[in-house]
Design a protein around this ligand. Structure first.
Ligand code: FAD
Length: 531
């Protein structure tokens, strides 16, 4: 069952306040703010974000941003590494464009005051899984996102044409005559607002919160993807959720990510009996790609009937470990774990949504007037598996491109704006008070069990039935708060993800079907559009 109503809430132009802007940006992560900064000063930009401006996946990024900056590296290497990771589904032209733009984008961040870590006066470059060369710039050791976002938020605050509005939840995209004309948002306190925009840029990030185990902060509930879907934009490749193999598994830890750089520095993965199980799984052992390690961990947890495995750094030099991973050290210590001698309990968690709103190389969606950048999109960069540290980069390149494109389109539109006759009325189901948090928890647990790292037809069919059942009563009603709208969006996204995972009867990249364990290029080397 799809959403029975075009909009999640009822509204009419007479009962709702109005606001006008040249360009509306939904989301204030790296993609949204980079887009806003690209708009020339003569155009007004309104950036809305559903929480505080610091709450985005971008702020939590640890490892860094990939770019060819070393004389020993070449664009061709970064391109090949990205294509290899993408398992046959990358769009080569997009990969080439993004890789070639990376050094310039990183230099812009430096010009805007980002303090990347340096070594001998040069940007320090590290190497992550799947990269053939050292090419990852990072900041504050393992808190790159925090530093990059500090600089980019400061820069946006200084721009006179940019207004940053936090605590503004976008409920839906407004459409008229087949084009996006803005969004309906809800301010903290509950009053709704119609924002009419000449052009709209969607940069609302991913949907990791559809899983109970995830590295994503609470804002990542796929609102933008679901709103774009309701508005008629095409989404694709929703089966490709990348799982991070090592997420801290301690009650109350909020599922904190333990960066793969920890394994890069030599940490071992052990099962509950102390066995280094990755040695038997892959010649690269702990340094195998993310999807291989995540699948091996799930197999190990099944075998040992234990809810997690352990990271072990006790054989490494403690004097080097602490300064290299200050953030991880601090979080683990707050749970009574000493990373230099204790084993750290970890298990895979949803990390990055590869699928999303289809965009072309400029960031144009299939819906006129709507652009999109960052994790909310499927741009063709990542294919079926994202190469580490390529996503902040994607946000920068596509953010800038959307900002430019939307500005050009807005500049060609007339200055005066007539409010189109957009409204929504329906008879909501009101039979029973629904505990949105309860359904959300059930959904998130079910997704881990049946739509997790390892999938099969039987589990996916059950998942489909569960979601259809919840949709039947949760989508037909009108909610008046964020928890309710987030549940409706999560259900919509889960349904699309499960449908796509059922359809793709092969294993490719991050999508592993134990009933179809091989890659099948003849039938499946193609994107899957969602309907
Ligand atoms: C723990 C962690 C570590 C990572 N490490 C790295 C790394 O080292 N390198 C790398 O390249 N990538 C990394 N990633 C991935 C990367 O951080 C994200 O893919 C990227 O930051 C996404 O940027 P974005 O701008 O598209 O979305 P986000 O940064 O998530 O921003 C989304 C914005 O949209 C807003 N929003 C969402 N819904 C609504 C709504 N309904 N109404 C209004 N606003 C809304 C949010 O409030 C937020 O401001 C990591 C991710 C995580 C979670």
């Amino acid at each position: 069952m799809t959403s029975p109503h075009r909009y999640l809430v009822q509204f009419g132009p007479k009962q709702t306040s109005h606001l006008f802007t040249d360009i509306l940006v939904i989301g204030a992560g790296i993609a949204g703010l980079r887009a806003a900064l690209e708009v020339p000063p003569e155009l007004d930009v309104l950036v809305v974000t559903k929480d505080s401006i610091q709450q985005s996946n971008s702020s939590y990024a640890q490892g860094g941003i990939a770019g060819v900056l070393s004389p020993e590296d070449r664009f061709e290497n970064h391109i090949e590494d990205t294509l290899t990771a993408g398992a046959g589904l990358c769009d080569r032209e997009v990969v080439e464009m993004v890789v070639r733009e990376a050094p310039e984008q990183i230099n812009d961040l430096v010009r805007w005051g980002t303090s990347f870590d340096v070594e001998d006066g040069q940007l320090a470059l590290t190497r992550e899984g799947g990269h053939s060369h050292r090419r990852i710039v990072h900041a504050l050791g393992d808190a790159t996102g925090h530093e990059v976002m500090r600089a980019i938020i400061d820069r946006a605050r200084q721009a006179h044409n940019i207004t940053l509005s936090d605590n503004m939840f976008t409920i839906d995209l407004l459409t008229h005559d087949g084009a996006c004309v803005g969004a309906i948002v809800c301010r903290l306190g509950g009053d709704k607002l119609l924002i009419w925009a000449k052009q709209t840029i969607l940069a609302s990030g991913g949907c990791g919160r559809v899983y109970r185990e995830t590295t994503n902060p609470p804002v990542a509930t796929g609102d933008g993807m679901a709103a774009a879907y309701r508005a008629g934009a095409e989404l694709r490749d929703m089966e490709f959720m990348q799982f991070h193999p090592t997420v801290l598994y301690v009650a109350g830890s909020g599922r904190f990510l333990i960066s793969e750089a920890v394994r890069g520095e030599g940490a071992y993965l052990r099962d509950k009996n102390g066995e280094r199980f990755m040695v038997a799984e892959d010649p690269r052992a702990e340094l195998a790609p993310r999807d291989v390690v995540a699948q091996a961990i799930v197999r190990c947890m099944d075998r040992t009937q234990h809810p997690n495995v352990y990271l072990d750094l006790s054989h490494l030099d403690p004097a080097k470990v602490r300064p290299r991973f200050p953030g991880i050290d601090k979080v683990c210590r707050s749970f009574g774990l000493d990373i230099t001698c204790d084993r750290i309990p970890v298990r895979p968690g949803a990390h990055y949504m590869i699928g999303g709103v289809t965009v072309d190389a400029h960031g144009r969606t299939t819906l006129s007037g709507l652009w999109a950048a960052g994790e909310v999109t499927s741009s063709g960069l990542h294919g079926a598996n994202r190469l580490a540290s390529n996503s902040l980069l994607e946000g920068l390149v596509f953010g800038a491109s959307c900002g430019r494109g939307a500005a050009e389109a807005a500049a060609q539109m007339p200055d005066s704006f007539t409010v189109p006759p957009v409204r929504c009325r329906f008879e909501p189901e009101t039979a029973w008070v629904l505990d949105a948090a309860d359904v959300t928890n059930s959904l998130r647990s079910m997704m881990v069990r049946k739509m997790g790292v390892v999938r099969d037809r039987a589990g996916l069919k059950e998942a489909e039935r569960d979601v259809e059942f919840w949709c039947r009563y949760a989508l037909a009603r009108e909610f008046h708060d964020r928890a309710g709208w987030e549940l409706q969006n999560l259900l919509t996204i889960a349904r699309l993800m499960i449908g796509a995972a059922l359809k793709r009867e092969e294993s490719r990249g991050v999508h592993f079907r134990r009933d179809f364990p091989n890659r099948d290029d003849a039938s499946w080397r193609r994107h899957l559009n969602c309907s």
